[in-house]
Design a protein around this ligand. Structure first.
Ligand SMILES: *[C@@H]1O[C@H](CO)[C@@H](O)[C@H](O)[C@H]1NC(C)=O
Ligand SMILES: *[C@@H]1O[C@H](CO)[C@@H](O)[C@H](O)[C@H]1NC(C)=O
Ligand SMILES: *[C@@H]1O[C@H](CO)[C@@H](O)[C@H](O)[C@H]1NC(C)=O
Ligand SMILES: *[C@@H]1O[C@H](CO)[C@@H](O)[C@H](O)[C@H]1NC(C)=O
Ligand SMILES: *[C@@H]1O[C@H](CO)[C@@H](O)[C@H](O)[C@H]1NC(C)=O
Ligand SMILES: *[C@@H]1O[C@H](CO)[C@@H](O)[C@H](O)[C@H]1NC(C)=O
Ligand SMILES: *[C@@H]1O[C@H](CO)[C@@H](O)[C@H](O)[C@H]1NC(C)=O
Length: 586
């Protein structure tokens, strides 16, 4: 046994690292000692010490391939029992009243039996385990459950039955679990909720029914769980929700209805959910968010509308959302905005995701300009070739930027010199082929960078500085994982496996010669063109002025609301700049 001196050291020493090591050692010693506790050979048993609680015994049997629970060898004082198996080596177990007879595990607080192909629970299996707070039976093969399975679990607060094959649950299945707060039934085969299913679950605050073929939610069952705070029914095949349900659970603060089949929502859909803070509607088939949709959800902080078919957010779609922090409208069909839409959220919004829409950059620039608090912007999958260098002028708090899955071929160095606080940058899956010293220096100051899947060119003029930074700076891990795109000989080779000598000699490559020739030819054409235009222009200057002036006006009229009631058009002006330049230059 562990000496008293050691134990008091564990409790009192302040040197955390030392404490962890020495106390872990003591625990091991105790396991091996076996003077006081018995431990089955296929398990590990640890006694942990903590300031607040008595020494508590934790048994873990995680090797897999078990055919029965070695209950005779388990110490009856165990507080936490974890029986699990690695993916390829599942257990095949049954649960009967093994923890209650002949001597009950009176101290048992948590029981996890996971990935063990348990086919059913058996009646009275947990009878008398008054201290049991958590039962975790995820990843088994339960097909039906009933009230008798859970008799005696008067103090159970968490029941996890996700990843099973449950089809059947009669009325009042959980009636003995009067203290239950968390019930997870996700990833089963539940196709209907029978009336009074959740009777006696008055304290339930978390219910997850996601990934069940439900198609419809019976409002009746929500009468018994009126204190629900978090409800998830992701991918439940729902087309609509009877809004009576929302009247029954007015305290709901998180609702996940993602990946269902909603085609429309009425403007009073969520009118009863006045406390709602998080709403996920991503992956549905919504085509419009109508005016005043969230008018009564004033506390909403997170709203995901990603992966729908939205072409439009109505001008008053976000009315009253003055607490909204995160907005995800990515992967829709949005091609323009009404500026008024964003007026309610200008002071609160910190995250916005525009990725994967049909949005031109100027539409996005106009919105960003009125969102000075924004921290996190998603601009992936927008076919961007380039980003104007004053794009984030009004967003000085930018911390995270995702510009992955675009067609950017030059590192946006100048743009990024203006985003001083940037800490996360994803520029993966673009067409970058090299980084120069300046670029690399900027990247060094960004904690989290993803540069993968670009068109990295592994020849001596393009990759040499990158290799230097790989061996000498904090970018080492980031660069090491990149793969060469060209030349063909090095395609797919990791930078980590390259040496400076192994690189292609750039000046003599065929590709380089060709590009020099092409460049010279272009230059000749350009000079010729310039001379010709100069000659023509000097004669027709006046006429051309009028033509261009008309063109410019036409362009502005494409987006009338951009110009209405706006005084600050700084970045709009720059984005339209090419048009103005033509006018001035001629
Ligand atoms: C259930 O047990 C598995 C395996 O030990 C674990 O990974 C999972 O986090 C547990 N779930 C809960 C809610 O404790
Ligand atoms: C799971 O249960 C079903 C129905 O009882 C049965 O057909 C199937 O063989 C079981 N699977 C395993 C891996 O035990
Ligand atoms: C378990 O529940 C019973 C009855 O409600 C209560 O008397 C007892 O104190 C609870 N035990 C614990 C450890 O909370
Ligand atoms: C916005 O909130 C105010 C105050 O709660 C309320 O009077 C108004 O009706 C709400 N607007 C809408 C469109 O629901
Ligand atoms: C959109 O961007 C935000 C923040 O960058 C991110 O948390 C979220 O997962 C993204 N949404 C999708 C659907 O990728
Ligand atoms: C970009 O689009 C592709 C293809 O639709 C998708 O697989 C990927 O997740 C998207 N990436 C982001 C960051 O939106
Ligand atoms: C990479 O850089 C980090 C931070 O400078 C350093 O701690 C680590 O040792 C480096 N790794 C290699 C393989 O150079």
């Amino acid at each position: 046994m562990c000496s008293v001196g050691y134990i008091s050291f564990c409790r009192n020493t302040r040197k955390i690292v030392l404490k962890v090591w020495i106390c872990a050692y003591i625990m091991l010693m105790m396991t091996c000692d076996g003077a006081d506790i018995s431990c089955p050979s296929e398990c590990t048993c640890l006694t942990t010490f903590s300031q607040e609680e008595e020494n508590s015994l934790r048994v873990e049997c995680m090797r897999g391939d078990m055919k029965s629970i070695p209950v005779d060898f388990l110490d009856h004082k165990a507080e936490i029992v974890i029986i699990s198996a690695p993916l390829g080596r599942p257990n095949y177990l049954t649960i009967g009243p093994i923890f209650t007879q002949p001597t009950p595990f009176v101290n048992l607080r948590e029981l996890h039996i996971v990935n063990s192909n348990v086919p059913s629970i058996g009646q009275y299996s947990f009878w008398g385990l008054q201290n049991l707070r958590l039962v975790n039976l995820t990843h088994n093969n339960l097909t039906s459950i009933g009230a008798d399975n859970f008799r005696g679990l008067i103090n159970l607060t968490e029941l996890h039955l996700d990843f099973n094959n449950i089809e059947q649950m009669p009325s009042e299945t959980f009636r003995h679990l009067t203290a239950l707060k968390i019930l997870n039934l996700a990833h089963n085969q539940i196709s209907a909720l029978v009336p009074r299913l959740f009777r006696m679950l008055a304290k339930l605050f978390f219910l997850d029914l996601s990934y069940n073929p439900l198609t419809d939610l019976n409002p009746e069952v929500f009468k018994d769980i009126q204190h629900l705070r978090i409800f998830k029914c992701r991918r439940c095949l729902l087309r609509r929700v009877n809004t009576q349900i929302y009247h029954l659970v007015p305290h709901l603060d998180e609702l996940d209805l993602g990946e269902n089949q909603f085609k429309y929502l009425t403007s009073d859909e969520f009118i009863s959910l006045k406390k709602l803070k998080k709403l996920k509607l991503d992956g549905n088939q919504l085509s419009v968010i109508v005016d005043n949709m969230f008018g009564r959800n004033r506390e909403l902080r997170t709203l995901s509308l990603a992966r729908n078919r939205l072409a439009l957010l109505a001008p008053a779609a976000l009315t009253n959302l003055t607490s909204l922090v995160h907005l995800d409208i990515s992967h829709n069909k949005i091609d323009r905005f009404h500026l008024q839409t964003f007026a309610p959220v200008v002071d609160s919004l910190k995250t916005i995701n525009f990725s994967g829409n049909n949005l031109p950059l100027n539409e996005i620039a106009i919105v960003l300009q009125i969102l000075p608090e924004i921290h996190d912007v998603g601009l992936a999958n927008l076919s961007l070739i380039d980003i104007p260098l004053n794009f984030f002028t009004y967003n000085e708090h930018l911390i995270a930027l995702d510009i992955s899955w675009n067609k950017i071929s030059t590192f946006p160095y100048k743009l990024l010199t203006k985003t001083k606080f940037l800490q996360r940058l994803d520029i993966s899956r673009n067409r970058l082929h090299t980084l120069n010293e300046q670029d690399l220096q900027r990247l060094e100051a960004i904690a989290n960078v993803d540069l993968s899947r670009n068109h990295w060119r592994c020849d001596q003029c393009s990759a040499d500085i990158m290799l230097v930074y790989m061996t000498t700076t904090v970018l080492n891990v980031t660069i090491r994982q990149l793969k060469c795109h060209s030349p063909l000989r090095l395609h797919g080779v990791y930078f980590g496996d390259l040496t400076l000598d192994g690189l292609e000699l750039c000046s003599t490559t065929h590709e380089a010669q060709m590009s020099v020739i092409a460049g010279l030819m272009l230059l000749c054409v350009a000079i010729l063109a310039a001379v010709t235009t100069a000659l023509c222009c000097s004669r027709r200057r006046a006429a051309q002025y009028y033509t261009n002036e008309e063109k410019r006006r036409g362009h502005e009229h494409e987006h009338p609301e951009e110009l209405l009631g706006r005084t600050d058009l700084g970045s709009v002006a720059t984005i339209h700049a090419p048009v103005h330049l033509v006018t001035k230059g001629s």
